[in-house]
Design a protein around this ligand. Sequence first.
Ligand SMILES: NC(=O)c1ccc[n+]([C@@H]2O[C@H](COP(=O)([O-])OP(=O)(O)OC[C@H]3O[C@@H](n4cnc5c(N)ncnc54)[C@H](OP(=O)(O)O)[C@@H]3O)[C@@H](O)[C@H]2O)c1
Length: 324
Amino acid sequence: MRYLDIDTAKKISKIGLGTWQFGSREWGYGTAYAGSEAKAIVRRALELGVTLFDTAEIYGFGRSERILGEALGEDLDSVFLATKILPVWPVAPVVEQRGVASASRIGARRLDLYQVHQPNPAVRDGTIMRGMRALQRTGLVDEVGVSNYSLNRWMAAEKALGTRVLSNQVRYSLADRRPERGLVPYAQAQGRLIIAYSPLGQGLLSGRYDSSHRPSNSVRLNSALFLPENLERATGLISALREVAEAHSAAPSQVALAWLIRSPVVVAIPGASTVAQLESNAAAADIDLTDEEYQLLADESDRFTPVTGPAALPRILGSKLRRR
Ligand SMILES: NC(=O)c1ccc[n+]([C@@H]2O[C@H](COP(=O)([O-])OP(=O)(O)OC[C@H]3O[C@@H](n4cnc5c(N)ncnc54)[C@H](OP(=O)(O)O)[C@@H]3O)[C@@H](O)[C@H]2O)c1
């Protein structure tokens, strides 16, 4: 495992573990997963040196936080624990109460990183950051983070907090490189951190899926990336991942992660449906890509132009209706 070079109280592994999958119906992994596999994934992650664990109050309506906390048990104090508040009513007392509730579901004395899950479109961050500041003062929260924030809003959040907002957790992978336009350079210049979510494009970059073999859970049925047309368009990128993977005796998913975390300010938090996937993802931290391999993948990623946004909506609906 490799770790981030940053001045935080605990070390942060370059590959973390995302736990939206834990206890969330939309991933469709079932009760055996929530009841035992999830715990086994966490225990193995610890053995492999993973320190960054990411959850949220909304994942499985609190179930993810509970499952993660139980699985970490006595190791809670030694990991870098990150959770998130969904800022539906972002006034300071509510933020404080929700922070306490998250910590209690997890069973943690301290949240190493408390993130705002997404910007509230109607309320600016002054009120929410007042609550965050209070949580930092009491010692329940160490670092504050945001998620799905634009660069301007991230900077405004820092101003409102009065100290650093350590990280911005955003969708970032070879299938979606928008964070490179402003967020990654900002993190580099200011000593901040980008936490890449959906770093495997929700499984697309593993090469397991194609237009004749699509995943069937609701997360991916509702995702434009998994439209048959986009799976076709991804063929070049997947072939390039396979080619580079072969040179490293690795899997395409590992190369996708290695590509992402090559930047010193980016960490990735892939989710995992099995212990074997977690093992593979953790091992990706040790893969060193050459400059040529890095560029080849960047070029193929540039050529990948999926149908997204409003244009994808009727197609998603049509493809769901056809599956019935
Ligand atoms: N802040 C936010 O708004 C936000 C949004 C989304 C996610 N997140 C966080 O980011 C984490 C990761 O994102 P994500 O779950 O959306 O996407 P992801 O990590 O890109 O994809 C996870 C899925 O990819 C497949 N996979 C994982 N490792 C694999 C491997 N080694 N080989 C082959 N397939 C593999 C698994 O699905 P199958 O085995 O079923 O194919 C797994 O469920 C989440 O758990 C959550 O903590 C945050």
